[in-house]
Design a protein around this ligand. Sequence first.
Ligand SMILES: Cc1ncc(COP(=O)(O)O)c(C=O)c1O
Length: 414
Amino acid sequence: MTKVAEAARAFDVARVREDFPILRELVHGRPLVYLDSANTTQKPLAVLEALDTYYRHQNSNIHRATHLLGERATEAFERTRTKLQRFVNARDRAEIVLTKGCTESINLVAQSWARTHLTPGDEVLVTWMEHHSNIVPWQIVCEQTGATLKAAPITDRGELDVEAFERLLSERTKLVAIIHVSNALGTINPVARLIAQARAAGALVLVDGAQAVPHLPVDVQALDCDFYAFSGHKMYGPTGTGVLYGRRALLEAMPPYQGGGDMIASVTFEKTEYNVLPHKFEAGTPNIAGVVGLGAAVDYLAGLDRAAVLAHEEALLDEATARVRELAGVTLIGDAAARASVLSFVVEGVHPHDIGTVLDAEGVAVRTGQHCAQPVMDRYGVPATVRASFGVYNTHEDVDALVRGLEKVREVFG
Ligand SMILES: Cc1ncc(COP(=O)(O)O)c(C=O)c1O
């Protein structure tokens, strides 16, 4: 047995499933088979309890109250920042900006850094496999500044065409914004190499890590990226939480993204002094409870053997890929050599939404649609795909249920 297979077998998924109460839910009278973790993950008890404890014992506004609850809430909130700093190995906790999601993190960089640095003739380089949240903010800022958006192509297997990416880099490229793991294809991009190439060309690099952090260890110092954006709710934390890692020197020099309370040091009608990092970028009352819950999610992930989790998820993806590929009329969309969590496919003659409906009736939750990645759909000439995605709690029985559900689709649609 290979080391990976051994690690996968050693992983006690039954034990992990006990941590997720929602997995005992019945849907349409059947046990839930949740294969939609790329959309949002389910939450472990530790996160639910952190939210409950927060509202029962700590609830208050942060950074401003002089009373004990305010102190508790501030400490709990700021503790998450320290946990996140360790989670992605940032040098400094001031480099961790708390946002409401990956989308907001990317918009922050677009409207703060890019809007003040881009000029006509400059270029922003993305790839054809980006999520809309790593395309549209750059289109908006290009429109505002006169810069141009370029996109590096992908191959038929759903891998980035690295040579084409390299050819698109030039002295005009001011920012490269790349997805770490594709939500539509599952492709794991060789981000370390792409970052090195971009930096050699003199560009800054933002990595969209929304689909990477739940699966892969991420070290922003080793990657040497300038910005790394991700969401809390895709890594077992609450919705409405997100993170932007940014190099301190860059964040220091960037103007605020939004104005309001907490992001200021002093305000007069003549002049406002901004707060220190990271508060300069955290205007208004944040999702305090959510951030506290995100801290519990970081602890939860850190408490698992992450190599074993990855091996387990890889084994499920390999099995699902092999079995779904064999089914009549199925075409996989994306078959990259390195993939994480995501299996995307179409079935000849049956619309993905109909497949989703039949699977749902069987208790199997998948996502169908464009996955906020319309250029990927256009690249493959399909309107939508069915996407099954795996998380820490999925099992080989879940793969069986998916395959059985797809056989039912065949029966129903002939
Ligand atoms: C790769 C990727 N980037 C960005 C996002 C946006 O994340 P959010 O909606 O949590 O801001 C998603 C969500 O699906 C994603 O998969």
